[in-house]
Design a protein around this ligand. Sequence first.
Ligand SMILES: Nc1ncnc2c1ncn2[C@@H]1O[C@H](COP(=O)(O)OP(=O)(O)OP(=O)(O)O)[C@@H](O)[C@H]1O
Length: 527
Amino acid sequence: MIKDLNPSSEYKHSKSFFQIAYSTMQWTKTPIPIATTNQIISDEVRLINQQGVVRSKTLKSVENYLFYETKQGKTKWIDIENAIIEVFYHSKFGSGLRLIRCFDVVEIFCDAKSWLGYLKRFTIQCEFNATYLTKKKIGKGQFSDVYKCINKYDGNEYAVKIYNKQSFIYETDRAALQKRTSVHRRLQSEFALKFYEIFENSEQVIIVLELINGGSLMDYIARNNCFHEDQAAKIIFRLVKTISYLHSKNIIHRDLKPENVGFRILDNVETLFLIKFQLADFYDPEINYDQVYYGAHGFVAPEILLHQNQDFKVDVFSIGVILYILMTGKSSFDDTRLQQNGEGDIDFSSINLSPLGLDFLTGTFQPNPEERYTSHQCLNHQWFIQEQLAKLQQAQMKKPILFQNQQIARRIKQSKTLTFSTSSPRSPLSIQSPRYPDLEQNQKSPLKLTQYNTEKSIGPSVHNKDITNNQEVQTQIHDNNQNQEYNNLKASIYSQARLSIKKTQSFVIKSNSSAKQLNIVKSKQKL
Ligand SMILES: Nc1ncnc2c1ncn2[C@@H]1O[C@H](COP(=O)(O)OP(=O)(O)OP(=O)(O)O)[C@@H](O)[C@H]1O
């Protein structure tokens, strides 16, 4: 059903479905268009220049940018978003990654498996069948057929959306898919459906996503109909957190409604997350959005219907609509009151909320966006005092274990650059991160920085002898469930190290956005 391509032959001098126009991918010295202080991946690699000369470089990556410093101290970078990517092997230089965009090809000899694991979110691969087995159909979208699939290497289930290129008749539809992909691949958090990778062949575009197992908020509302105020506050608090996360990434959702919100675990409010980003966009204050008409009537903010300028606060209004539904079992602008949506005229008579709850609701429902709460104000609203206290208590309980040593805590806060670890991104920690086939057995790269031996030495199945052999253990956590994963890993390392270490050891637990260091001190008596 799904045809794979041979990228180096079939994609040379052509462009991916995700590229609207032909564009170049050449190393440039102009200022790099992204802050390079956070979330950097860094590794020693070899690059080939246009004359075919191989040079050693410290290659770094932030999101879709690869960059390195020249001998003159200048930064050279390329944008690899939507480039075709393939792993190849060179008899002299070992494993490498080839990036192809139109007429440009960039080859990098590196720890290909690790780099591919990081770059796959931003690039396009061609061999879906090598990694996944497609199972039963689970849905049909406007443009896509949705299947369950299994990753052959980690055995986990994923959802795969298959788009037939032919069904995109209008350029605007293709641009819309490109935009939402661009937004979604940048969201790496517990608050958003996980976006794993994209494949493309001559007929199809294939997007691998997290499988939604817990249904949608719409199903949840339908099952419960009406909610108590404390239940509603829990749901809304989590929703506010998801939207605050989006806004912190400079993204507006613009289509917040119960069917676009899901649960990782059925009915578990703590696992609520955003599952669709059809109308989401990067917010640009320079743009006047008054002609942009988006969203579902009955959920959108009045300024959208009135063709006035809009910003992040359109999402806050939609949170108000969802709260109204939770408390009354009906929309604030149902069929009989749809007209009132434009005026933001709410009927509060059937709402039964405490004064704080009512204050929150009226603050989100302000027709004038200037007077409406921001998502940040929502997050800090007194109505959520219970939820905020609960989080604070959890954090305090964890604190003594997390940071016994204040110096370590300071160092961890300062640490920003992430280097590739000896363990691959498909470490046992990233159980939801699809695995990749190992490179051919005989492809032993002389350039491989390290062996993958520490991958086994972390996680629940850690062996004592592995830990004693390593002064420093590093891994990567692909999603932003960092604290949870960090705690699990830390507990595992602690329990193993207590039995085995001979002297003080340092462990670095890394994620996409932070690195946390954990020192385990072997006391003279016992740990
Ligand atoms: N990640 C997923 N996990 C489980 N089921 C999914 C997932 N994504 C989609 N589905 C199923 O497929 C159906 C259609 O998908 P979706 O609603 O995203 O399509 P759409 O909004 O019309 O978008 P598209 O333009 O991508 O086709 C959904 O109603 C749902 O049943």
